[in-house]
Write a protein that binds this ligand. Structure first.
Ligand code: GUN
Length: 283
């Protein structure tokens, strides 16, 4: 049987520490502020953004939301980003993805000032991560590394397999694991015989958005299994990309859904907004 990794608890400890940091900043007259942009109407995004706003409130970070209509054009979006980049009271700028298809998300991420890029999606932040330099690391992969560290799981020398190659999770996850000296394989929808690779993983990270896709047969005995998926099963119940009940019989550690990776993503965003505020104030 696996040990279940309690992301909710670890995230709570991180938020408590950050709350103390924010209190000290406020004593010095500095109030961290996060600006969140959402374009159009996306139900999942509304839930993610709501969780981010609750976390901000809890730790004392000021939060402002900009809801742009579906028909917003690129010029209008870039103008808003520019305005927030130039607003000295704003320390972090986050553009919630997805955005409507006719808008270029990469162009928008590129426009966010690197010093306010708390999501770590600006090419400058991505490049620094690749070079192993200090930067804002995208929150989900960063949260996963923190979870592994918190549970005393050594990454160095491990065979790590990442399933999913998104810019938001898969690719930065691969880079974070590599930076910690794992040997990393990244798999995706065109990978042939996926199980031959997943079965070799000491650390298996899955971020594909397919309910219960990873079965017991695809996992090595005593592997560490990290589930990034948030899906609904056939009964409408929230589940991950991993068949938790079955895989937990073979894994040594496993993250649950909900209560695993999700809370860590939000905690690391809070970490990044506090870090951005300190850097901008030369602290
Ligand atoms: N969409 C899904 N996850 C994320 C995230 O972590 N950040 C942003 N900006 N958009 C997302």
């Amino acid at each position: 049987m696996s040990e279940v990794i309690d992301g909710k608890l670890v995230a709570q400890h991180i938020r408590q520490k950050l709350k103390n940091d924010v209190e000290k900043l406020r004593e010095n007259g500095i109030v961290p502020k996060l600006a969140v942009i959402m374009v159009g109407d996306n139900e999942s995004s509304k839930i993610y953004v709501r969780n981010k706003s609750i976390a901000c409130k809890e730790i004392g970070v000021e939060y402002k939301e900009y809801l742009l209509p579906e028909k917003t054009n690129m010029k209008e979006l870039l103008e808003l980003i520019d305005e927030l980049n130039n607003d000295k009271s704003v320390n972090g700028v986050l553009l919630q993805s997805p955005i409507p298809k006719d808008l270029d998300i990469n162009e928008a991420f590129k426009a966010i000032a690197p010093e306010k890029d708390v999501d770590g999606f600006n090419p400058c932040s991505v490049g620094k991560l690749c070079l192993g330099q200090d930067t804002f690391i995208s929150c989900t992969p960063y949260g996963i590394i923190k979870l592994l560290e918190e549970y005393g799981i050594d990454i160095e020398g491990k065979d790590a397999v990442v399933v999913g190659r998104s810019n938001i999770v898969g690719k930065p996850m691969m880079q974070c694991l590599l930076n910690k000296n794992a040997t990393v394989t990244i798999c995706h929808s065109k990978t042939v015989k996926l199980e031959r690779l997943t079965k070799k993983a000491d650390i298996l990270v899955v971020a594909i958005g397919k309910p219960k896709f990873i079965t017991k047969e695809m996992v090595k005995e005593n592997a560490i299994v990290i589930d990034v998926g948030i899906n609904r099963d056939e009964n409408g119940k929230i589940c991950g990309d991993v068949d938790f009940d079955e895989v937990s019989k073979v894994a040594s550690y496993i993250t649950p859904v909900p209560g695993g990776v999700g809370p860590m993503t939000v905690a690391m965003l809070m970490n990044n907004i506090v870090k951005a505020t300190k850097l901008q104030n030369k602290m």
